[in-house]
Design a protein around this ligand. Sequence first.
Ligand code: GLN
Length: 198
Amino acid sequence: NPRVGVLALQGDVREHAALLRGLGAEVALVRRPEELAAVDGLVIPGGESSVIDKLSRAFGMQQPIRAAIAAGLPVYGTCAGLILLADEVLDGIEGQQSFGGMDIAVRRNAFGRQTESFETELDVPVLGQQPVRATFIRAPIVERTGAPVEVLATLPDGGIVAVEQGRLLGTSFHPEVDGETRFHARFLAHVSDHVRSA
Ligand code: GLN
């Protein structure tokens, strides 16, 4: 079974862990460099990206996570996690940093006050015909994608809300709150490929 971690500094850690366990993965909560070193993939949950950023630096995790991403570790980031995977963060708080790795610019809290939260159905062709039920909570939007980035889903207005670059996967929304398992299954497939190629 794949051994994967959920970055457990802040955010909806339990929901991801439960979903991944349901898919047959061995799941560890990751707060320390040695815990990161023991997993073959990492989920960065939703929550508050600026808080996860600060805690990751306080826990000495920023550099290890950056190094792991550079070395090819599969990572799936949802919402705040997507922000943390972005090379460029727009509307971050003063001094906010990201781990980076994906050649994208992401705008935090991109939906106005009227629509802080909403649910919709999205077509995600790489996941098959059945649409994805997607919950957005103070969600970010991807405003720029570089050449290595594949857009997996857009809103009807064209806003990019799911992206992939190699074994890095990111969604603006929270599949783990809707029992949508296909993004996590795709992440676990990246993990298996990574383990096989190691
Ligand atoms: N607005 C949050 C941030 O900037 C993300 C919200 C979420 O993860 N649901 O990190």
